[in-house]
Design a protein around this ligand. Structure first.
Ligand code: NAD
Length: 523
């Protein structure tokens, strides 16, 4: 069953390649959102009681349906966001199928109760258990650039852990979210356990202000800060997956052909509208000219067009406002001395939202294109002289989502990884760590708080409960009242027994500690 909560004002899904209107919806009001959250709350206990095995079975069914409907969904993603159909398949559908595989294979082991061994013999008479319990209602707010995979992975993870979900997708990609809801409903999600509320920022604000138990937000730093401020008022837990300005470091010993191809895919995939895009490229001076030459030559071979055309490598930007932002970064860079060697212009003959893939050189750290998230098909390349300088340039950013290091010496790359402040570092690859379902995804600094994907993502969807079970119910504890004048002395002996480095002292303390056990007069 599809739950579309409606009221004014309106939002529209538009094909960014053609300008065709795909659908219009009314935005859910504050009351609509509260109503959806109330229904999700009432539905959640039964969903939890259903049990983990049944919820895992649902994820398996969802996976089957998604695979059967992959062509339809990839086509819809391409229509609503503009990315090539093949990219929609490889970077969204496939990634979600594998995330479902991860949950099916691991949720049982990761979410089950865990015995907690006690190290201190003072507490050996107790058994401890860690229990992972659903948080309740998870509010998910998602962006437009990965309109299917981002909300799908977050929703599947929340659901398998026994939560109910209210999802507020981007106002530009309502259709993909409704398709996700439809698949989950067909897979057997109980009524009201997963609801989609359509709308813009006001609907998102209403969701953060509603009686949810956690907000999982993916979007820009600016909006993320607003969400965090609002959530702080009532100490609502937040998971924030925000923007990036990912650096790529190409060392002198890198395979220049491979690294230049990686740079292009990393910078231009999804028209550069990927949180993990290569947004800054630093190349060792020795190979800089060759690297730039190869990037330029390969960029000229890329095909720009409608994502549904099988020849297309790069589609349009999501809308004109995004194009203007990208353009303003290139203009700012040129005004400060940068040179465009390929691209740097709109392509109106293709449509209003097309911008040519662009290579910029003679860039400096002060330019907007090196400091702010560009989120478009622009690759600024800058030379460096030493490893130290490369690391310093990489870390000179308010963001810290991901980074990549390119070298034939894998160990050297791994050593450099330790010096870069980012949530993920890839050696000789870009972006694809997002598709490794076991790997955590998330950033440091302004790029966010918390992790999605894998076991760490699952932990974000549960509350930890510690259950302590005493095995000697008829024994008053050694440390209870009735201290009297001797208790402090017994405790001194006990701490010596446990922590003194001198064997003789420990031996004497052992004898003294027996008195602690026999201590009379405990209340
Ligand atoms: P955005 O911040 O404009 O919007 C994100 C979502 O928040 C949308 O659903 C929007 O309607 C909603 N929203 C807007 N104002 C709100 C408010 N005040 N309160 C609550 N919700 C509100 O971002 P966008 O343009 O949709 O997406 C692009 C950004 O997302 C980029 O910065 C990109 O790097 C980031 N992103 C990050 C990741 C990640 O995993 N770190 C993944 C994808 C995208």
């Amino acid at each position: 069953m599809v739950t579309v909560v409606m009221s004014s004002p309106k939002i529209s899904s538009v094909n960014p390649a053609t300008g065709d209107l795909l659908a219009s919806f009314r935005c859910a009001s504050e009351l609509d959102v509260q109503d959806a959250v109330g229904r999700a709350r009432r539905a959640q206990p039964d969903w939890h009681l259903l049990g983990l095995r049944r919820r895992i079975a649902l994820i398996r069914e969802f996976q089957k349906l998604l695979n059967e409907n992959k062509a339809h969904i990839a086509r819809l993603i391409s229509q609503e966001v503009g990315k090539p159909y093949a990219e929609a398949l490889s970077t969204e559908v496939l990634v979600v199928l594998d995330a479902a595989r991860f949950l099916v294979e691991n949720a049982f082991a990761l979410l089950g109760d865990k015995y907690l061994a006690h190290g201190s013999w003072m507490t050996k008479s107790k058994r401890g258990w860690i229990r992972r319990e659903p948080l309740g209602v998870i509010g998910i707010i998602s962006p437009w650039n990965y309109p299917f995979s981002t909300p799908a992975i977050e929703a599947l993870t929340a659901l398998v852990a026994g939560n109910s979900v209210v999802l507020k997708p981007s106002e530009f990609t309502s259709l993909c979210a409704l398709e996700l809801e439809s698949l989950l409903t067909r897979a057997g999600t109980a009524k009201d356990v997963l609801q989609v509320v359509l709308g813009d920022g006001a609907t998102g604000t209403a969701l953060v202000s509603s009686a949810i138990d956690k907000v999982v937000f993916t979007g820009s730093v600016q909006t993320g800060k607003q969400v965090a401020r609002r959530a702080a008022d009532r100490l609502l837990p937040t998971l924030l997956e925000l923007g990036g300005k990912d650096p790529m470091l190409v060392l002198a010993d890198a395979d220049v052909d491979v690294a230049s191809s990686g740079a292009l895919w990393g910078a231009f995939m999804n028209a550069g509208q990927t949180c993990l895009s290569v947004e800054r490229c630093y190349v060792h001076r020795k190979i800089y000219d060759r690297f730039v030459g190869l990037c330029a030559e390969k960029t000229r071979r890329l095909k720009i067009g409608n994502g549904l055309d099988s020849q297309t490598d790069i589609g349009p930007l999501i809308h004109e406002a995004q194009l203007r932002l990208v353009e303003s970064h290139v203009i700012d860079a040129q005004a400060r001395g940068a040179r465009v060697i390929v691209g740097g212009k709109r392509l109106p003959e293709l449509g209003a939202n097309f911008y040519s893939p662009t290579i910029l050189i003679d860039v400096s750290q002060q330019m907007r294109v090196m400091r702010e998230e560009t989120f478009g098909p622009v690759l600024p390349i800058m030379p460096f002289e030493s490893e130290e300088q490369a690391v310093q340039l990489a870390n000179d950013s308010e963001f810290g989502l991901a980074a990549s290091v390119w070298t034939r010496d894998r160990r050297r790359g791994e050593k450099i990884a330790a010096k870069i402040a980012a949530g993920s570092i890839m050696i000789n690859d870009v972006i694809s760590c997002y598709g490794i379902s076991e790997a955590p995804h998330g950033g440091v600094k302004a790029s966010g708080i918390g992790r999605t994907h894998g076991s760490f993502g699952l932990e974000e969807m549960v509350g930890i409960k510690y259950v302590d079970s005493d095995l000697l119910p008829s024994l008053k504890k050694l440390w209870w009242y009735g201290y009297g004048p001797e208790f402090a002395g017994y405790m001194e002996q006990l701490t010596d027994l446990m922590f003194s480095r001198r064997r003789l002292k420990r031996l004497r303390a052992a004898v003294g500690s027996v008195r602690l056990v026999r201590r009379k007069g405990r209340l």
